[in-house]
Design a protein around this ligand. Structure first.
Ligand code: IMP
Ligand code: MG
Length: 178
C-alpha cells in the first residue's frame, strides 16, 4: 500500500547544511589520522555516507555492512543481526560508524561493541538523526545531525518497507502497521 509524507521535518537545505558542518568537524578531528574508515550501515546510511564522504577534506576509505533489526514495515524487533560484515582487518584503524537514525539505539550499540573487539585505534559514531524519546540503551553518539520527534520518518535513505528512500528531504508518515 503506498504511503504519503504528512510533514516535512528536515528540508534538503537543512540536511545539506548540517552534513557540511559535520564534515568540517570530522575533517578537523581526524586531521592527523592515517587510516580513517567510514563504515556505513546499509541501506539507510547510503545517501548520508556518500554526501558526508564527499565533503571530507581528509583521506578516508569506505566500507559497508548490513544488519537486520526491523523485518519489514515499522514494527521493531529487539535483536540485531549481522547480515554482511566487512572483509578487511581494522586493527589500528579509526572506525567511524555512519548511520541514518538511532531509534532504540540497539543497532549502534551492538556495532560499536562489535567493532571495539577488533583492535581498532578508535570507534566513534556519526548519526544523522536520533529519536531521543525512543532510546532504550545507553548510547554515546560522537557526531549527531538532528534530534527528531518520535515519528516514522522516510527520505534521504530512510524507508518505510523499502519505499521513499530517494526523497531529498526527511518527512514523517503515518505507518499503516503502527
Ligand atoms: P535502532 O532501533 O536504533 O537499532 O534502529 C534500527 C534501524 O531501524 C535503523 O537503522 C533504521 O534502519 C530503522 N529505523 C528506525 N526508525 C526509523 C524510522 O523512523 N524510519 C526509517 N527507519 C527507521
Ligand atoms: Mg539503518
Amino acid at each position: 500500500m503506498p504511503v504519503t509524507v504528512t510533514d516535512v521535518l528536515l528540508t534538503e537545505a537543512q540536511i545539506q547544511t548540517r552534513v557540511q558542518e559535520l564534515a568540517e568537524q570530522i575533517s578537523s578531528d581526524y586531521a592527523d589520522t592515517k587510516d580513517l574508515i567510514l563504515v556505513g550501515v546499509l541501506k539507510g546510511a547510503v545517501m548520508f555516507l556518500s554526501d558526508l564522504s564527499r565533503r571530507l577534506s581528509i583521506p578516508r576509505s569506505i566500507e559497508f555492512i548490513a544488519v537486520s533489526s526491523y523485518a519489514t514495515g515499522s514494527v521493531a524487533s529487539a535483536s540485531v543481526r549481522m547480515l554482511m560484515d566487512i572483509r578487511r582487518d581494522i586493527a589500528g584503524c579509526d572506525i567511524l560508524l555512519v548511520e541514518d537514525i538511532a531509534d532504540s539505539g540497539r543497532t549502534l550499540k551492538y556495532l560499536t561493541e562489535l567493532f571495539a573487539t577488533r583492535q581498532p585505534h578508535s570507534v566513534r559514531t556519526c548519526v544523522l538523526t536520533r529519536k531521543p524519546d525512543r532510546l532504550k540503551v545507553e548510547l554515546s553518539i560522537d557526531y549527531l545531525g538532528f534530534d527528531i520527534p518520535d515519528r516514522w520518518v522516510v527520505g534521504y535513505g530512510l524507508d518505510y518497507a523499502e519505499q521513499l528512500r530517494a526523497l531529498p528531504y526527511i518527512g514523517a508518515i503515518e505507518p499503516p502497521d503502527a
